[in-house]
Ligand binder design. Structure first.
Ligand code: AMP
Ligand code: ZN
Length: 667
């Protein structure tokens, strides 16, 4: 088999495995075997750029960068849907249909879940994904094709016998599990969590770096076909056909032969929707026959042949007993409403989030108010209103605190942010404990045998005041404490000692500097290489680093300015923690074995010589000019235009610095 045949057959094989894994849910090879095939294809494609294919399975990993998303017209407009909230309104809708079509026509409906995400329209030509647009204003949307390609449930190449040209509409959703994992990361970085999966899903489509989209666990559910002369007569058939072409069409859809069957479907999902792994905000009911659909047509805004039945978010009445204020690790103050316990969607709710001062004022909350509590798209229940006939007394109006409930320090509110902070980062007990808890957490120093509760215990016994104190703990100090047997003490001390070898970026993340999450810590590490270099960087130097803005830069500089923080770092240094980026000896020396690279331009975090050295250390070969044999051009700022054109025409991939380093580190 020659290289071309091999590439083509690998692509086909990988498309097929992808389909089995993500659509059919019945993989026939292991993840490892899949990765192996993918690597093989990646390698062949790198060696044979002339066989480039925009829809190759290797495109899934992303890496393309879109500065501005181009606006493009929809070939068929993307309508919105009219809403109903009751069975009466549904009956009226059916009456309107019968009036237009004639009383005695047989009607059947498809019932589908109304996925709460971001809608998109995909165009396929000859079985290949050609373009993907957001809904935009319905007549034109943004071209987000690059980003969509990273979503594994969107087929890049179809199966079976799809029409020559058609569009398919669907919804990009972020399932709860992935949403919660993303939020856990943000909270660990001291950043406010995302509000709901829908906004996060639609925000994801507009990320400039498609490799970031690839990291997000997005899914795409398809529900409508659009095109001229499609080989289908009903919506039901459309769903089945789309499934047979390899799309993810949820099997929750039903064909209903009467409105009462529709109502059964609705009440079933109203009860069970909380068990779904993703969010839905209602049910979509569509007249099944496309001929009838055509006869019914559209209003200015929505089809007459479809309607959304929206679920009421369950609202329950309770009473506001008090408001307390929590102080987070970064000093952020969160007001929490304490409620008379009530049952919402099967769980007892005693607390609700109030977010911030503005929200309390908007609701004009008073103690003993009867309040409406809702568990909607957000994970934590929220107060959506007060019952005007059952108000508390005016003198019991809730006033946002102006001092920290834990340390009495006057609170501050940063311009442009809704949140209040306790600025006493170094003296405020929950901030101090929270910082140590963050420091030891899995993604930071990952200290075996030490958990958040133990940290609290050690802090309460004044054995530790900040994270550096961990490293001088002795067995004699620990043994007298509750639940500290000799074995666990030995484990704990060993775990603490071992953590000294954690790489520098984890230490940096572990310091809990506001806005310095895992990703930012890695970026800074790459750019500056060591604590000393980083601490010397001023605002101007910092903001020149890709994706480091003023907010992060100020936060860093403020942090170093405090002598307590500088002392802390001195102490950590003394204890022998890693203060520099590890050299890349750890990387597989044969990773680039025999592969050829051209290095061009000026890099942010490394000199050109350093990049070349890294390539050679990994077994790669340097070339001076781009040719068919080039695996990739590693390009910095100001790469020569002729090199770029040549690379483009030969289909040689161009890696920016970050991509290069990722490949080097991650293989
Ligand atoms: P709305 O945004 O409330 O006007 O509702 C219309 C939107 O519902 C459409 O643009 C789609 O994004 C979304 N939707 C979700 N699930 C479906 C479905 N099964 N069929 C049609 N539209 C759906
Ligand atoms: Zn405080």
């Amino acid at each position: 088999m020659d290289a071309k045949e091999k590439i083509v057959s690998l692509r086909k094989e990988l498309h097929d495995h992808n389909h089995r894994y993500y659509i059919l849910d019945t993989p026939i090879i292991s993840d490892q075997a899949f990765d192996f095939l993918l690597k093989e294809l990646q390698q062949l494609e790198a060696e044979h750029p002339e066989f480039y294919d925009a829809n190759s399975p290797t495109q899934r990993v992303g890496g393309g960068f879109t500065k501005n998303f181009e606006t493009k017209a929809h070939r068929f407009p993307m309508y919105s849907l009219d809403n109903t909230y009751s069975s009466e309104e549904l009956q009226q809708w059916e009456q309107r249909i019968l009036k237009r079509l004639g009383d005695d026509v047989p009607l059947s409906y498809t019932c589908e879940l109304k996925f709460d995400g971001a809608s998109i329209s995909l165009t396929y030509v000859q079985g290949q994904l050609q373009q993907g647009l957001t809904r935009g204003d319905g007549t034109q949307g943004d071209d987000v094709t690059q980003n969509l390609k990273t979503i594994p449930t969107i087929p890049l190449e179809l199966q079976g016998n799809p029409p020559e040209l058609f569009e398919i509409r669907g919804e990009i959703v972020l399932p709860w599990k992935g949403f919660e994992a993303m939020n856990a990361k943000r909270i660990a970085a001291g950043e406010p969590p995302y509000m709901n999966p829908r906004n996060t899903a639609s925000g994801s489509l507009k990320l400039q770096d498609s490799s970031l989209v690839a990291e997000r666990p997005l899914e795409c559910f398809l529900y409508a076909l659009a095109g001229d002369d499609l080989p289908i007569k009903t919506q039901w058939e459309a769903l089945q056909q789309a499934r047979s072409w390899g799309f993810k069409v949820p099997d929750s859809a039903r064909l209903a032969h009467s409105l009462s069957e529709v109502l059964d479907f609705i009440s079933h999902w109203d009860k069970t929707r909380k068990d779904l792994p993703f969010e839905i905000d209602g049910i979509v009911i569509k007249v099944n026959s496309l001929e009838q659909q055509q006869a019914l047509g559209f209003t200015a805004k929505a089809p007459r042949w479809a309607i959304a039945y929206k679920f009421q978010a369950e609202q329950v009445q309770s009473r506001l007993e008090k408001v307390s204020y929590q102080v987070g690790r970064t000093g952020a103050i969160t007001p929490v409403a304490h409620l008379e316990p009530v049952l919402i969607s099967g769980t007892t709710v005693k607390r609700a989030s109030l977010h911030n001062q503005d929200q309390i004022e908007k609701l004009d909350l008073r103690l003993q108010d009867a309040v409406l509590v809702e568990k909607g798209g957000e994970i934590i229940p929220k107060i959506v209103g007060v019952v005007s006939e059952q108000r508390g007394r005016i003198e019991d109006q809730i006033r946002f605190i102006d001092r920290c409930p834990e340390c009495e320090t006057p609170l501050v509110r940063i311009a442009g942010e809704a949140q209040h902070y306790c600025p006493n980062a170094l003296g405020c007990p929950p901030q101090r404990v929270g910082k140590i808890q963050h420091f030891i957490s899995r993604k930071a120093m990952d200290i075996d045998g030490l958990g958040a509760e133990t940290v609290q215990l050690l802090f309460d016994h004044q054995l530790i005041e900040h994270c550096a104190d961990l490293y001088s703990l002795t067995a004699e100090q620990l043994l007298p404490l509750e639940r500290m047997a000799e074995k666990s003490v030995a484990n704990l001390i060993a775990g603490i000692q071992k953590s000294k070898d954690q790489p520098f970026h984890k230490l940096l993340f572990g310091l809990g500097i506001r806005y310095v999450g895992e990703t930012v810590a890695k970026k800074l590490t790459r750019h500056f290489g060591s604590m000393d270099q980083l601490m010397q960087a001023d605002i101007d130097t910092l903001i020149q680093v890709d994706e480091i803005g003023e907010r992060i830069a100020h936060s860093l500089v403020d942090f170093w300015q405090q002598s307590e923080n500088r002392n802390l770092i001195e102490q950590l240094k003394m204890h022998g923690l890693t203060m520099e980026q590890e050299q890349i000896q750890t990387v597989d020396n044969n990773l680039f074995n025999g592969k050829k690279f051209v290095v061009s331009g000026v890099f942010q975090n490394h000199s050109r010589e350093e990049i070349k050295a890294k390539i050679e250390a990994a077994g790669g070969i340097l070339q001076s000019g781009v040719s068919k044999t080039t695996t990739a051009v590693v390009a910095g700022e100001g790469m020569g235009p002729s090199k770029r054109t040549k690379a483009d025409t030969l289909g040689v991939p161009i890696w920016d610095e970050t991509t290069f380093l990722d490949k080097l580190e991650l293989g």
